[in-house]
Design a protein around this ligand. Structure first.
Ligand code: ZN
Length: 168
């Protein structure tokens, strides 16, 4: 990205996304679990930064990769915020929890964040896109065979509940 947009621009964009997310069923579910209202989003700090992943949360501050501000990537911002919001809640409301121990995808805090993110994708873009994303994540972390199936099942657990409601 050649020139980075000013905070005035991306703060406005983030506020628009936050306002939309406040009424999202998956976001509401996350907030309910941590006993807060979804308008907690108004005080969740989100910034952009030079990071080597798409998004990360440290000490309750969400950082999104600058790359997500590029026009063709902007549509991904909500699903990353849905994932990072879980980490925000873990870090802010259950302070003893840490997300950096053990293998990334076997870490229960990561699994929880992915479960909500995948449910979010399933809800907005459908099961096919949710599946595609899970496979992408599993490929990225070189998960194969039995372990892959096991983690896949785990990560899709919440989306699965959604799918079973849909079938009724
Ligand atoms: Zn995570």
């Amino acid at each position: 990205m050649s020139k980075r947009p000013s905070p005035k621009i991306w703060l406005k964009l983030l506020q628009r996304i936050k306002d939309k997310l406040k009424s999202d069923p998956t976001v509401i579910e996350v907030c309910k679990k941590y006993d807060v209202k979804s308008n907690v989003l108004d005080v969740v700090p989100i910034k952009f930064g030079d990071i080597n992943v798409s998004a990360t949360t440290e000490k309750g501050i969400i950082t999104l990769n600058w790359r997500l501000l590029e026009r063709e990537n902007r549509h991904q911002i909500p699903m990353y915020i849905a994932h990072e919001l879980v980490h925000y809640c873990q870090q802010s409301f259950v302070p003893t929890r840490s997300a950096d121990d053990g293998d990334y995808l076997s870490n229960p805090f990561e699994q929880e964040a992915f479960q909500y993110q995948i449910k979010f994708i399933d809800d907005h873009l459908g099961e096919h896109e949710a599946d595609k994303y899970v496979n992408q994540v599993l490929d990225h972390h070189d998960k194969e065979g039995k372990e892959r199936q096991k983690i896949k099942k785990k990560l899709k657990a919440r989306a699965q509940i959604l799918a079973s409601y849909r079938k009724v």
